[in-house]
Design a protein around this ligand. Structure first.
Ligand code: SF4
Length: 366
């Protein structure tokens, strides 16, 4: 019944509606997505799509439903409703709807604007602040992207973190990286930055994130202490166990996993990288994948000529991604059809403008 409701609203709206499905969504939701991808990929495509049909009135994109989490819908809003795109649409905005407003990201919530600002002020007292480039993972609030945009900083994804850090370190002596410590650490070490040049900023510590001035002065990378609870569940023991059971298995993990897991794995990379590696691998190959469980289950179904298993026996599912259901997707669509739009994510204009700068620096420079 719900499937039918969704499909009939989609049919009536045609190109005026776009449903985006993040890789970590459940099968029921993904079945109705027009595009499936990772967070930034989806937002970028949505922004392009939002202006591609401007000359064709009556089939212009009006609403994006983002089946993902809050920061993703914010990014889609910022990119789709950039001043340039709004002017191409003669002043018209595209609404971005998140079917459940509680679908947030616990990692993004680990760095709030006030705490990062306090960190910045403390650093200003310790070192020359003009030598620090703030870098925010896209898994962060629009406010933090705007923080970076206003201070010569930039956004990054798990797919381009290395290129972004290179860009940042060519402009400053050190980087303040938030919110994910593991992506920051794994990327920095891969680039050859030594452990002594990496400092952990513990945001709950009263002074200098638990560091002394010397540690800050010799640091190249300052890592906020956020993490993804889904990826942090993977342990080195899981790799030992799976190798005992499937001796020729290739272990691939996301760089949001802890350092010791990334070291032990055969390779690591973004969601898009993991998908590509497995899709392109020869029939008969075996993979143990350390990332979100729904995504791993889907890759396994799409690659039945290979053995694809979760790295841990207990798959690691993202609970907030799971808040988007067939029910609330159908509800959002019915409301759109009745002209009763709800759950619209709209980033405040001033924040959106500065956040766009951080996102555009990433798009233009790496
Ligand atoms: S998997 Fe981790 S980073 Fe992604 S939305 Fe869930 S909590 Fe956030």
């Amino acid at each position: 019944m719900l499937h039918k409701i969704i499909e009939s609203v989609k049919e009536r709206f045609g190109n005026r509606l776009l449903i985006l499905g993040h890789h970590y969504q459940c099968e029921d939701v993904i079945a109705h997505a027009d595009l499936i991808g990772d967070s930034f990929q989806l937002s970028k495509i949505a922004a392009e799509r939002s202006v591609s049909s401007c000359s064709d009135r009556g089939s212009e994109l009006e609403v994006i439903i983002f089946c993902g989490v809050h920061f993703m819908a914010e990014t889609a809003d910022i990119l789709a409703n950039s001043p340039l795109n709004i002017s191409k649409r003669s002043g018209r905005r595209v609404d971005v709807v998140l079917p459940d407003l509680l679908a947030g990201c616990s990692m993004a919530d680990m760095a709030d604007y006030e705490s990062v600002l306090s960190c910045w002020e403390q650093l200003s007292a310790a070192v020359d602040i003009d030598e620090i480039i703030p870098v925010t993972y896209v898994n962060s609030s629009a406010e933090l992207k705007s923080f970076c945009g206003e201070r010569g900083g930039i956004s990054c994804t798990s797919g381009n973190a290395e290129a972004v850090l290179e860009w940042a370190l060519s402009r400053g002596r050190r980087v303040l990286f938030f919110p994910d410590q593991h992506l920051g650490r794994n990327t920095a070490i891969k680039m050859g930055i030594s452990m002594t040049e990496i400092a952990d900023w513990h945001c709950k510590e009263a002074e200098l994130g638990g560091n002394n001035v010397d540690v800050i002065r010799r640091s190249k990378i300052l890592l906020w202490d956020g993490f993804c609870c889904v990826h942090q569940r993977f342990l080195p023991e899981h790799i030992d166990e799976i190798r005992d059971i499937i001796p020729d298995v290739r272990v691939i993990v996301h760089p949001e996993c802890k350092r010791e897991v990334v070291i032990k794995a055969d390779e690591s990379g973004s969601t898009a990288y993991i998908l590509r590696r497995i899709m392109e691998s020869p029939a008969g190959s075996s993979w143990a994948v350390g990332t979100e469980g729904r995504f791993v289950d889907r890759i396994a179904k799409q690659n039945r000529d290979k053995l694809v298993v979760n790295l841990a026996f207990q798959p690691s599912y993202c609970s907030t991604m799971g808040l988007i259901t067939l029910e609330n997707l159908a509800d959002a669509l019915v409301k759109i059809e009745n002209g009763n739009l709800s759950n619209v994510i709209r980033v405040e204009e001033k924040v959106a403008q500065s956040a766009l700068i951080a996102l555009q620096r990433m798009l233009e420079n790496v």
